[in-house]
Design a protein around this ligand. Structure first.
Ligand SMILES: Cc1ncc(COP(=O)(O)O)c(CNc2cccc(C(=O)O)c2)c1O
Length: 458
């Protein structure tokens, strides 16, 4: 089979043999998957020849856009030179050395050491083991608890899935692993009630201090959080949140892990979301934009202090593909493109401000309650009543799904998270493509609104 195989045949084979992530297979197989065959810049082509504007950069990851030949060439060169060797057993290789050196240069503060993995989930599993080992090595083995947030997302391995706060992932027969506690998320739109955003931000941040005191400060190892929650619906915390979190982690001397899998590599207008939000983490989780998704790679960038402690023991952890040479070579070339094409600077100075103005104007639509965007990651909250910030009477996600279907019908990809619509385009999106994207978003919202009224759903 090939990209020229008829769609129906591809869909039948897909239904017969291929199991998809986070999918109800029987339902998908009834309608058949959409087959994406090619992509260029911000545009996808499917097996029916439709050209689709990808408002999600794949899965928040194709930061430099599709079709960058330099990345394919980097992969080919490396494959011809050294297609694989491991970094276990006292060995290393140029791609892993070069990439970790580049990341140390780009990362803020003393974040100068990189432990590689094949994905963001695996990197967060590294962090789980690393922070526990760190405190054992420091002579405080009772510091076991790791605190994270409900509706935070840190991946899908058993460890990362436990760190995350997506309850449906904790109810499939694999409970969360011991030693992980969750506090509430800083989602003012859905959970702020009558508090102002500023009051709410402080209240939610202070849940961390309350949880630390409940567990006993001497028993707490770390706090993990996304600078801006991504898969949770692009939840932008009120301005009062992060300074308070920073104060609390410093006060109790616990490690701060910033999960930059989505926020990293220009997504928020700086190299890292931590820089945009004013966070000083001890560890940063990276993946996605690290290679723009052209190769599977993730990692943990850790501080001099953490590296020194971990480095004074046999750290019994790692993966076959930790520092895979081809993945590292492609990631390095990807960072070179981001830097030399000035993409991160142009996002911050030019295209993100342009997008922000047009994106926030979506809040004028009758269906849209709030529109929040940081750099190139934004979300709108759909609501039947803006003033009360009410949820729809239908099951959460029903309206979001309708709107997503309207997007596909209009050859635009936006993700829905319950009844929020998400945007996270490639960082190379042009102003005219932003105009097209926003025009289509308005169209989708109008069609969704019409459908809801026709069906008496609002
Ligand atoms: C903040 C964060 N941390 C870790 C991971 C896990 O990375 P891997 O998937 O490479 O193991 C993620 C991944 N985020 C992610 C992955 C797949 C789908 C969606 C979605 O929003 O639909 C989001 C993420 O967003």
């Amino acid at each position: 089979i090939s990209t020229n195989t008829p769609t129906a045949e591809l869909q039948a084979l897909d239904a017969a043999h291929h199991l998809h992530p986070f999918t109800h297979a029987a339902a998908l197989n009834k309608k058949g998957a959409r087959i994406i065959t090619r992509a260029e810049g911000c545009w996808l082509t499917d097996s029916e020849g439709n050209r689709i504007l990808d408002g999600m950069a794949g899965l928040w990851c194709v930061n430099v856009g599709y079709g960058r030949r330099e990345l394919a060439d980097a992969a080919h060169r490396q494959m011809m030179e050294l297609p694989f060797y491991n970094t276990f057993f006292q060995t290393s290789h140029v791609p892993a050395i070069a990439l970790s050196t580049k990341l140390a240069e780009l990362a803020p503060g003393t974040l100068n050491h990189v432990f590689f993995a094949g994905s963001g989930s695996e990197a967060n599993d590294t962090n789980l083991r690393m922070v526990r080992a760190y405190w054992m090595q420091k002579g405080q083995p009772e510091r076991q608890w790791i605190i994270s947030r409900w509706n935070g997302y840190h991946g899908s391995t058993v460890g990362a899935g436990s760190l995350g706060g997506m309850k449906p992932m904790h109810t499939q027969g694999v409970p969360t692993i011991p030693g992980i506690a969750h506090i509430d998320q800083p989602n003012w739109w859905s959970e702020g009630g009558d508090l102002s955003p500023e009051e709410f931000g402080l209240e939610r941040a202070r849940q961390l201090e309350a949880k630390i005191l409940e567990l006993g400060p001497e028993n707490v190892a770390a706090f993990i959080a996304e600078p801006v929650q991504g898969a949770g619906g692009v939840i932008v915390a009120p301005d009062s949140y992060w300074p308070e979190i920073q104060r609390i982690v410093k006060k109790y001397g616990i490690l701060l892990i910033a999960d930059e899998v989505i926020c990293g590599f220009g997504r928020t207008g700086n190299w890292f979301g931590s820089q945009t939000l004013g966070i000083q983490p001890d560890i940063m989780t990276i993946a996605k934009g690290l290679s723009s998704g052209y190769q599977p790679i993730g990692g943990s960038i850790v501080s001099d202090e953490v590296a020194e402690v971990i480095g004074s023991m046999e750290f019994n952890h790692g993966y076959t593909y930790s520092g895979h040479p081809v993945a590292c070579a492609v990631a390095l070339e990807n960072l070179r493109i981001l830097e030399e094409d000035g993409i991160v600077d142009r996002v911050r100075e030019d295209t993100a401000p342009y997008l922000k103005t047009k994106f926030e104007a979506l809040a004028e639509h009758p269906l849209v309650g709030e529109a929040k965007i940081v750099g190139m990651m934004g979300s709108i909250a759909l609501t039947p009543d803006k003033a009360s910030r009410a949820a729809f009477a239908s099951e959460a996600g029903t309206v979001g799904l309708i709107c997503r279907e309207r997007c596909f019908a209009n050859n635009l990809i936006m993700r829905h998270v319950y009844d929020r619509m998400i945007l996270s385009p490639a960082l190379v999106i042009s102003k005219s493509e932003i105009d097209t994207l926003i025009d289509r978003a308005w169209q989708c919202l109008d069609e969704t609104h019409a459908k809801l009224k026709a069906e008496g759903m609002m």
